[in-house]
Design a protein around this ligand. Structure first.
Ligand SMILES: *Cc1c(COP(=O)(O)O)cnc(C)c1O
Length: 378
């Protein structure tokens, strides 16, 4: 049998070790040294956004966003149920309630048309997820957020360098949270960033990130000692993580282009299956969205056939997992959150979706995945 094909294989650009060595030689091991500043400058310049703050994870950045939203116990945050647990946990940790709204059947993103009906006087924020690096309908969300004075947070964990009407993900709301986890496009093992172009939020985020102290201002020489001034925790990543990340960011465009090419290869290869009208569909990317090749999935006719496909692929050494167990039907989701309506698309997609292997560096593996799937669907 040919070698196994993993679902994900983090890219290595070749400069990681030398940057790590440089960080070690600088004796900068804790956070906010040379490489953290380089990474934050890179993200800030690419996004042309006020401020980027490196964090130890997107989970951490989402927790910071939930603190910035000033959530009190019982407050509500609208979000999709079709997302990773961290989107919801950040809110629950503040004693607030995730309010799950269904996704659009085309992009699998939070359905902007259902959001206003789900609002109550306790609604404080909307946490939008750009699933698979395809942006949600941000113009509509911005308008809703402005009219109801809600904080608009982008969970852009999967969306670095994705675009919406020509603007980059991470610049479309009040606060954005990115992930550099090993499963994402650009990686540092564990890692993340919070981005905002609002000065008030940037200033407060710097305090939250430094254990609730004004240490960031102290390091800039703006105060002569630092003290506890706000809520906070330890969200600063080590310089070793930042050194690794900077080597990746320098190649972010090339890595993204390669992933987009693999995505396109899959997309063309499965066009005939979709055309046969047997209930298999490919991802839908609206014309005004530029995806970043984060994820290629297929929707199969039903759960049985999806599960059978996962097992058959596994038997041939190909790992192709599904996504997600909807949060509203999980144990913690039932305890801590509220669902609006039936979430029919969320349940349906979660039953039928299969994710295909996708990593920069795939070569012959692409054609093998395509061939095996054609064989299985025949
Ligand atoms: C990966 C992911 C996260 C969590 O990112 P970490 O950096 O692992 O904390 C949050 N939200 C979404 C949508 C993700 O895909």
């Amino acid at each position: 049998m040919p070698p196994p094909i993993p679902f994900n294989r983090p890219p290595i650009t070749g400069r990681e070790l030398s940057f790590l060595k440089e960080a070690i030689e600088r004796r900068e091991l804790s956070g906010d040294g040379h490489f953290t500043k380089q990474c934050e400058a890179w993200i800030g310049e690419r996004l042309k956004s006020g401020r980027a703050l490196l964090t130890h994870s997107c989970t951490g950045a989402l927790e910071m966003a939930a603190i910035l939203a000033d959530l009190a116990p019982g407050d509500e945050v609208i979000m999709p149920s079709f997302t990773f647990v961290s989107t919801a946990n950040a809110v629950v940790l503040r004693g607030a309630v995730p309010v799950f709204v269904d996704i659009r059947p085309d992009t699998l993103n939070l359905d902007e048309r259902l959001v206003e009906a789900a609002m109550t006087p306790r609604t404080k924020a909307i946490f939008v997820v750009h699933y698979g690096g395809v942006c949600a309908e941000m113009d509509v969300f911005s308008d809703i957020a402005a009219r109801h004075r809600l904080l608009l947070v982008e969970d852009a964990a999967q969306a670095l360098l994705a675009t919406y009407r020509g603007r980059l993900a991470g610049t479309l709301g009040d606060v954005a949270c990115f992930s550099f986890h090993a499963s994402k496009n650009i990686v540092s093992g564990e890692g993340g960033a919070l981005v905002t172009d609002r000065d008030d939020l940037a200033e407060r985020a710097a305090v939250i990130r430094e254990k609730g102290t004004d240490r960031a201002r102290f390091l800039l020489g703006l105060v002569d000692k630092y003290t506890w001034t706000d809520l906070g925790s330890s969200y600063v990543p080590s310089e070793l993580v930042a050194a690794f990340l900077y080597a990746q960011l320098e190649d972010a465009d090339a890595i993204t282009a390669e992933r987009r090419a693999i995505w396109q290869h899959y997309h063309e290869a499965f066009a005939d299956i979709e055309a046969r009208d047997i209930g298999v569909r490919r991802p839908i990317v609206p014309a005004h969205c530029g995806h970043n090749g984060h994820l290629y999935y297929l929707l199969l006719p039903d759960r049985d056939r999806r599960d059978a496909m996962i097992s058959s692929l596994r038997a041939q050494g190909i790992t192709a997992p599904f996504h997600y167990v909807p949060l509203h039907s999980s144990d913690a989701g039932r305890r801590f959150s509220r669902a609006v309506g039936m979430l029919a698309h969320t349940d349906d997609v979660s039953d039928r979706l299969i994710r295909l292997p996708m990593w920069a560096g795939m070569r012959d593996e692409i054609e093998r995945v395509v061939a095996v799937i054609h064989d299985l669907i025949r």
